[in-house]
Design a protein around this ligand. Structure first.
Ligand code: XLS
Ligand code: NI
Ligand code: NI
Length: 435
């Protein structure tokens, strides 16, 4: 075991009274709730990119993050990161991790060199996974950073770029199979357009679907039983991304007959960027039985970009966990912290403090959501609000026994409609009592 964090031991649950910064105050991995341990419920995952490779630079400022695994040589840094990854996972008691191909190994000068760099690192990762008992929640291909992807990957007007993307996806599936990945994610960062003036939108979307179909076919061919996930986002880095939000992505999947092969990986900050709450996105996905996994983070409503902050907004997390509970959990998906430390949290220990904050918030939110469900808090509100559909004319409508003629006859006799107040403020106030 490496020691990039010599002063930090395995993080333990110490309860809400603890003043120890390096302890869980709400997340008790072995606590049993509804017949399962909290660890089994939460399925937490760490994101390689934000934790191991992100350097704290922004468009106006240089790298600030203190990262003792950085070496002069790129492959050496990559190997150090593998060590640090597993030290963090073990000490944070997180079972899963996620990565892009480019996060774990440098590209080198050719695709062949990239492949061999990946092979070398994957070998190390595999060994570490075995010795630590950790698992790969999902992997993906970074098809947005390299300049070849300036006009997109599968949606690029350049067929050579499409081919290169396919080669990255194939390798990603081979790696996923070797490491037993439970999901494979597509996030189309540059699968969008800058202007319609020169864009063939129909061809671009057909091509994205073509790549998805090839991926499904190849996974079958190699016997990689994996859940495919699409991660919607409306914009950034593209001005307009095709997988705008959950509803748009579902329409895409149905259009191309891919709805049985894919579910959604929804991210809180992407929901915000699309002008939705996160719970809205989760509810839409659930209505299609397509909620697969989440990227847990939060945006800043005063900023218009993907700040990927660690989730600490309890209110929003409670509504998130309620949707997940109603979904019957997320497995084989999980809760991936697609979250990065703020630029001013540049220390090595911040990687621990930030994950602890996120895990504590999500765990606390989960327990509140369980209580809301036990008390039938939302169920009762909804039941009461829609009661007119359980008897009389409402029951006839739902049962398909009504038509325009019978309803007209009814309306003529009942045209003095009486509505009931929703008492929204009271509901919100009682909900606050749960927090
Ligand atoms: C970027 C996305 C990305 C995906 C994986 O906004 O969240 O990190 O999760 O490609
Ligand atoms: Ni994400
Ligand atoms: Ni994101």
């Amino acid at each position: 075991m490496s020691n990039y964090f010599p002063n930090i031991d395995k993080i333990k649950y110490e309860g809400t009274g603890s003043k120890n910064k390096l302890a869980f105050r709400h997340y008790n991995p072995s606590e049993v709730v509804n017949g399962k341990t909290m660890k089994e419920h939460m399925r937490f995952a760490m994101a390689y990119w934000h934790t191991l490779t992100q350097d704290g630079s922004d468009p106006f400022g240089a790298a600030v993050n203190e990262r003792t695994w950085l070496a002069a040589d790129k492959m050496e840094t990559a190997k150090n990161r593998v060590e640090a990854n597993f030290e963090l996972l073990t000490k944070l008691d997180i079972d899963y991790f996620c990565f892009h191909d480019l996060d774990i190994a440098p590209e080198g000068d050719s695709l062949q060199e990239f492949y061999s760099n990946l092979d070398e690192i994957v070998e190390l990762i595999e060994g570490k996974m075995k010795s630590t008992g950790t698992k790969l929640l999902w992997n993906t291909a970074n098809m947005f950073t390299n300049k070849r992807y300036v006009n997109g990957a599968a949606s690029s007007p350049n067929a050579d770029v499409f081919a290169y993307s396919a080669a990255q996806v194939k390798k990603g599936l081979d790696i996923g199979k070797k490491l037993g990945a439970e999901n494979y994610v597509f996030w189309g960062g540059r699968e969008g357009y800058e202007t319609l003036l020169n864009t063939d939108m129909a061809l671009e979307q057909d091509n994205i679907a073509r790549l998805f179909k090839m991926a499904v076919a190849y996974a079958k061919e190699i016997g990689h039983k994996v859940q495919f996930l699409i991660e919607p986002k409306p914009k950034e880095p593209s001005k307009h991304q095709y997988d705008f939000d959950a509803a748009t992505t579902m329409a895409f999947l149905y259009k191309y007959g891919l709805q049985n092969d894919f579910k959604l990986n929804l991210e809180a900050n992407h929901a915000t960027l699309a002008g939705h709450t996160f719970e809205h996105e989760l509810r839409v996905a659930r209505s299609y039985n397509a909620l697969g996994s989440i990227d847990a983070n939060q945006g800043d409503l005063l900023l218009g970009w993907d700040t990927d902050e660690f989730p600490t907004d309890l209110y929003s997390c409670v509504l998130t966990m309620y949707e997940i509970l109603e979904n019957g959990g997320l497995a084989p998906g999980g809760i991936n912290f697609d979250s990065k430390v703020r630029r001013s949290s540049f220390g090595m220990d911040d990687l621990f403090l930030a994950h602890i904050a996120g895990m504590d918030t999500m765990a606390r939110a989960f327990k509140i959501a369980v209580k809301l469900k036990e008390d039938k808090f939302f169920d009762n509100l909804v039941k009461e609000r829609y009661k007119s559909y359980t008897t009389g004319i409402g029951a006839d409508i739902v049962a398909g026994k009504a038509d325009l003629k019978s309803l007209t006859e009814y309306a003529l006799k009942n045209d003095k409609v009486v509505n009931e107040s929703s008492h929204i403020e009271y509901i919100k106030s009682v909900l606050n009592d749960y927090l």
